[in-house]
Design a protein around this ligand. Structure first.
Ligand code: PLP
Length: 375
């Protein structure tokens, strides 16, 4: 693969995370719940990783439950709500949530109890939209992601969390795409936060759920006392250590990375617009992650672009398939009311922390090459 533009799907291990993982698996491979001295060291190392993550989020360590990733964290939350809320209570989620939120909410609570908060033409959940859903539906719980996985749009989650607080409604944000790309020190203002290690240079199968308070307990997995009985199963300490190390390494550099990467992404957009004048950038005027472009190609289906570009050595993506259930379509573009034709033409480009100017330029040239080949 010569150039990887699918960082919103997953990332390679950060070198520091890899080193931390190897050290942890060699030094602290024991079960942190066992009672001998070495297991005690593993348990201490695990708690130290929890404290370091808490520092990065501005939260108390006791609020963090380690999980196998964002899908488990989101399911834990909605399964817990299904148990804790009264049977007639409803929840509200934004129209552009990841399937692990929208499908989990509907599966655990039933479709009738899940209301959608619409987005504006740029894919943003406006505070007035939330206020109006709260007034009309009186949800007990609201979930709005921090940054969208397809368009990269940054949601005003801090404002939304405040509105929920005013109305005594619990607020959750899936920050899987935000973490490692944008400063996260205010995230603890949300009652619940979801994170996933492999989106920011940590290993796959590792993540966390930040709970509203330490005493809260609604386990999805039963059968062990781990994580204060909030998530049964032996903790994957090496993966947790690697996740926290990846984030610690990225956080001090976030502004510098954005400073370098955003203009490269924007230059790519200009090159694409020059080559394809009818190209549509989704949410092009909204505040977005510095690495992401979601675009509707004026010619050919997204799967055609993807396979041809893949042959040339470029990894890109189509949208995902939540509410539409159609392969290769896009939750975001669907929420914005696009036609079926447009849905089939959406491609997502997501660069990384190290993507070079040459990589971005080569990708734009490859699009032009594929267009010529397909004529
Ligand atoms: N939430 C968002 C916003 C995502 O982008 C993803 C991954 O695509 C997930 C949840 C699921 O993450 P995981 O692979 O850790 O289950």
């Amino acid at each position: 693969m010569s150039a990887y533009f699918d960082h919103n799907a997953t990332t390679a291990l950060h070198p520091a995370a890899r080193e931390a993982w190897l050290k942890a698996i060699d030094k602290h491979w024991q079960n942190p719940s066992s009672l001998y001295r070495e297991a005690g060291y593993a348990s201490q190392a695990l708690e130290s990783a929890r404290e370091r993550l808490a520092d990065l989020l501005g939260a108390e360590p006791e609020r963090i439950v380690f999980t196998s990733g964002a899908t488990e964290s989101n399911n834990t939350l909605f399964a817990g709500l299904a148990r804790c809320l009264s049977p007639d209570a409803v929840v509200a989620i934004s129209a552009i949530e990841h399937p692990s939120v929208c499908e989990a909410a509907r599966a655990w609570l039933g479709r009738a109890r899940v209301h959608e908060i619409p987005v504006d033409a740029e894919g943003i959940v406006q505070p007035e939209a939330l206020r109006s859903v709260i007034a009309q539906e009186q949800p007990a719980f609201v979930s709005v992601m921090a940054a969208n996985n397809e368009s990269g749009v940054l949601q005003p989650w801090l404002v939304l969390a405040e509105i929920c607080r005013e109305h005594q409604v619990r607020f959750h944000s899936d920050a899987s795409q935000w973490l490692g790309k944008v400063d996260a020190t205010s995230l603890a203002h949300c009652d619940y936060v979801t994170g996933s290690a492999h989106k920011f240079g940590g290993p796959k199968g590792c993540g966390f759920l930040l709970l509203a308070d330490a005493a809260e307990s609604f386990p999805l997995l039963h059968g062990g006392p781990q994580e204060q009985s909030r998530r049964a199963g032996t903790e994957n300490y090496p993966a947790i250590e690697a996740m926290v190390t990846a984030l610690e390494n990225l956080v001090p550099q976030l502004s510098a990375i954005r400073y370098v990467q955003e203009p490269l992404r924007d230059a790519f957009i200009q090159q694409m617009k020059a080559a394809f004048p009818k190209l549509r950038i989704i949410s092009g005027n909204a505040p977005r992650l510095w690495n992401t472009v979601l675009m509707v190609m004026p010619e050919h289906s997204n799967l055609k672009w993807l396979t041809r570009l893949s042959r040339l050595g470029f990894a890109i993506s189509t949208g995902s398939a939540c509410s539409t259930g159609k392969e290769g379509s896009s939750v975001v573009v669907n929420a914005l009311g696009a036609s079926w034709e447009e849905l089939r033409s959406v491609v997502r480009i997501s660069g990384g922390w190290q993507t070079s100017p040459e990589d971005w330029a080569a990708l734009a040239e490859a699009f032009v090459q594929v267009s010529k080949d397909l004529k």
